[in-house]
Design a protein around this ligand. Sequence first.
Ligand SMILES: [Fe+2]
Ligand SMILES: [Fe+2]
Length: 190
Amino acid sequence: MINFKIDYNNFTLKEKFFDHKSSLHGINHTYRVMFNCLYLSKKINKKESGLLAFCAAFIHDMARKHDGLCKEHGLWACESKFDLYKDKFINQGVNTSQFDEIKFAVKNHSENVEITETHPYYLTTAILKDADALDRFRISDDNLNPDFLRFDISKTLIPFAKNFFLKTNKINFRDFYQVIDFGEKIYPKV
Ligand SMILES: [Fe+2]
Ligand SMILES: [Fe+2]
């Protein structure tokens, strides 16, 4: 069981939250990345970073202007989306002193910049980026290079992430509880 103390009712995504309507970077992709953040952080036993990465995932692609290569949409999400949803994060126990960590992960996810494991925000950032990368099968079958994944455990999740995408690509999710139901049936138990 994923078993985070998060009220997922507060994290239902709506089309209007996104600046650019997209099936590639829209609701279903974002939900899968949110799930992957929780699952991965549980696997590596870093649930606090997992909560921050989950919050980062919620907004990470909301400020995209197009589906093409873009290094700035993380920064744009920090600037135009974070304040809109920060109360949701606080309600789940995120401290205001952790805001910079969430924003750093969101900004970094779209930049071509890798940070070292000694960086104070490494875990949250790496969880978000691996969770996002694990959903790259929606672009094409060979779009995910396992060598670019940051955690060894992420590499073992590739077939499950692919199946997660295939099984949920066309679904109109009611809420994140439904995403969890799918994810928990597809991924190995944690
Ligand atoms: Fe992105
Ligand atoms: Fe993404």
